[in-house]
Write a protein that binds this ligand. Structure first.
Ligand SMILES: NC(=O)c1ccc[n+]([C@@H]2O[C@H](COP(=O)([O-])OP(=O)(O)OC[C@H]3O[C@@H](n4cnc5c(N)ncnc54)[C@H](OP(=O)(O)O)[C@@H]3O)[C@@H](O)[C@H]2O)c1
Length: 339
């Protein structure tokens, strides 16, 4: 059993903790919070051992009667690996100041720069190249979504070039401080955006140019994808490639799933924790081949698509499973995914 520490128990951290607890080859050694919020109380209720990042924060937890098992330092002594789910850039500091001196392996998230780590990770695309590494990062929710689908098409038909527009959610559902609430914001204003280079940290040979905007919604990003194919493909062949791929589902407007709101309603019906949708949803009607060009539109549940990736990343860097497909299948089964 690999002992996993989760440092940072927010949107991503609490999901990764729950997902790791569902696996039979790893256990959650503890989770780390800086403040005694309601989430700290729930973590303890769920049976997770709760730690703080520094001992200075312990009195605040004691004051409200939340049991603390020690500091991050104490937790790392009892762990084989740490999944760092702190806000962007905190992870890079943690790597230098905490994880490297203690010689503990760490997995970071998409808010950290690629240069912080030895390799960026996406289970379907490059599991094998991350085996045994000490520091890797699971790429962002958007990059994860694009790597799953572009990787599938590249393996099946080859991609000459990809041009993608990303429509990003303005804030996570619990975030009351960011927006926009009444605007569509080109973000970044510059084209190309940074998303293309981030995809290339996983799929270096794809010629990809991206642009992005932020819209007033809290659930899901949408990507409008245009590809020039290297080899000819029919629409049916593309549909079949997506149908056979792991962690991708096809949804249909004709079936009533005609918006991100409906995709999330579908996810609620699946009855998973927090109504999470780990898979990338592609609208079947959007898939079209015109000459050598392929188009589709996909939706990404930003809070959860990276969760199974973090579980596979734990297996890759610790080496407890060397076969990507076996790890993916195990994670999928334990998280209640179909494929
Ligand atoms: N949200 C998304 O859509 C999303 C998707 C994919 C990837 N990511 C990436 O995942 C990472 C985490 O993002 P998130 O959305 O989960 O952020 P988040 O919801 O803000 O959670 C981060 C948590 O870390 C805790 N924290 C802050 N400073 C800390 C420190 N020094 N040590 C330990 N814990 C600390 C905070 O909890 P307390 O202060 O309450 O303890 C906070 O709840 C980022 O790199 C982000 O870019 C986010």
């Amino acid at each position: 059993m690999i002992r996993v520490a989760i440092n940072g128990y927010g949107t991503i951290g609490k999901r990764v903790a729950d997902a790791a607890a569902l696996q039979d080859d790893m256990k959650v050694a503890g989770v780390v919070k800086t403040r005694p919020s309601f989430e700290a109380r729930i973590a303890v209720k769920k049976g997770f051992r709760l730690f703080t990042n520094t001992k200075d924060n312990i009195p605040a937890f004691n004051a409200v009667g939340i049991k603390i098992s020690g500091t991050l330092d104490d937790l790392l002594k009892e762990s084989d690996i740490v999944v760092d789910c702190t806000p962007g850039k905190v992870g890079a500091e943690n790597k230098e100041k905490i994880y490297m001196p203690r010689k503990i392996k760490a997995i970071f998230q998409g808010g950290e720069k690629a240069k912080t780590v030895e390799a960026s990770f996406n289970a379907l695309c490059n599991y094998a190249s991350c085996l045994g590494k000490n520091y890797i990062r699971v790429v962002s929710c958007n990059t994860t979504g694009l790597c799953r689908t572009l990787g599938t098409i590249d393996r099946a038909f080859g991609i000459k070039k990809a041009r993608v527009t990303l429509v990003r959610r303005g804030a996570d559902p619990a975030d009351a401080d960011t927006g926009p609430i009444n605007a569509i914001v080109p973000d970044p204003a510059e084209v190309p955006s940074h998303h293309g280079p981030d995809v290339k940290t996983i799929l270096p040979n794809i010629d990809i140019i991206t642009s992005a905007m932020v819209v007033p919604t809290t659930l899901m990003h949408v990507h409008s994808v245009g590809i020039t194919l290297s080899r000819p493909a029919t629409r049916e062949e593309v549909i079949s490639a997506f149908q056979n791929a792991s962690r991708i589902i096809l949804v249909s407007a004709a079936d009533g799933i005609d918006s991100t709101a409906k995709v999330m309603e579908y996810a609620r019906e699946l009855g998973r924790p927090r109504s999470d949708l780990y898979e990338i949803a592609i609208w079947k009607e959007s898939i079209n081949v015109i000459g050598d060009e392929l188009f589709w539109t996909q939706a990404v549940h930003q809070e959860s698509d990276v969760v199974p990736e973090n579980i596979d990343a734990i297996r890759a860097v610790t080496g407890i499973e060397k076969d990507a497909h076996k790890s993916i299948a195990k994670t999928n089964k334990n998280l209640g995914m179909i494929k």
